[in-house]
Ligand binder design. Structure first.
Ligand code: SF4
Length: 306
């Protein structure tokens, strides 16, 4: 690595959801974000509405070209940032240039969704193969307390912006909601998020909780709470992201497994977290006997009743 040159490209890293990912950091020198989430893994920082430390497109592309020549068989090039990647002022230009060198590798952006009501941002994000937007809150109180949003954000336009974007974006749209104890786990907020997601119609809904040291002193919700929320989100393709290993595993018989799947399809992650080895063997038999179908939904395997 050259001295004094910011490290823009990182990885490749294997990701369970997206495969082998090469990361592009659009804010490598400091945190530049329009949120200052309580659960952020980065240090606390004052929110901004635009980047002041900006990396040139040519610099990014030249580092990316070197990495692409070195690493073959990548699944995704992930646009991310120490902060919010849509604050990068040359995003449009950058995506156009990446498209000319990426080959069959897909582009992915991880955004907090706060700018999604901006028509220019919508236009830019439509060029990206997979767009992942966060939606932790629907109420002003929650956006202020949990995501600690920049005052210039029109929070009431975020859901509307996501709905509008969904209509235009024919590629994959994934949402992610991170639940934090006492901040967005009230029935009212959960119901509000559910109603919003029903309107947005994402291809996949990821829910999870804090699993890395957060910037502020906040607590995760339990895996059981995530399961209850997933049950509430009826009709949505929900996956639970959870790293907790000590969750109790259950012995389900055939009938119990079928009844579980009647309530909602289970992802391979859910099976890992909930099923004992005995239950997994029964599930395997049910799949073999075609009583249960295993399907790929946007890079995640789901089990469902035929
Ligand atoms: S949006 Fe992401 S980078 Fe920004 S404060 Fe929240 S968690 Fe941190």
């Amino acid at each position: 690595m050259e001295k004094n040159k910011p490290t823009i490209i990182f990885g490749p890293v294997p990701s369970r959801r997206f495969g082998i990912s090469l990361g592009v950091d659009l804010s490598p020198t400091s945190k530049q974000c329009n949120f200052d989430c309580l659960y952020c893994e980065l240090d606390k920082a004052k929110t901004v509405s635009k980047q002041t430390e900006v990396i040139l497109v040519d610099e990014i592309i030249s580092q990316l070209q070197i990495a692409l020549a070195k690493h073959k068989n990548l699944d995704v090039i992930t646009l991310t940032a120490n902060g919010e990647p849509t604050l990068y002022p040359y995003l449009d230009q950058l995506i156009d240039k990446i498209d000319t060198i990426k080959g069959t590798t897909k582009t992915l952006i991880l955004s907090n969704g706060a700018n999604i009501y901006d028509p220019d941002i919508q236009k830019i994000l439509q060029k990206i193969d997979i767009v992942k937007l966060s939606l932790d809150c629907v109420s002003q109180k929650c956006f202020q307390k949990l995501d600690r949003m920049d005052k210039r954000i029109a929070y009431e336009k975020i859901v509307e912006g996501m709905v509008e974007f969904r209509k235009k974006h024919t590629n994959q749209l994934i949402t992610e909601t991170l639940f934090v104890k006492t901040f967005n786990d009230s029935q009212e907020e959960i119901d509000g998020i559910y109603q919003a997601l029903l309107q947005i119609k994402p291809d996949r809904v990821d829910i999870g909780t804090i699993d890395r040291p957060p910037a502020y002193d906040v607590k995760p919700v339990s895996y059981e709470t995530l399961l209850e929320i997933a049950d509430t989100f009826k009709g949505l393709p929900v996956t639970i992201a959870h790293r907790e290993k000590s969750v109790q595993k259950f012995d389900y018989d055939e009938d119990q497994i079928l009844r579980l799947l009647l309530r909602r399809p289970l992802s391979s992650d859910d099976i890992e977290h909930l099923f004992s080895q005995k239950s997994k063997d029964i599930l395997k038999e049910l799949v073999k006997n075609k009583q249960i179908l295993s399907v790929d939904n946007n890079s995640v395997k789901f089990y469902k009743i035929l």
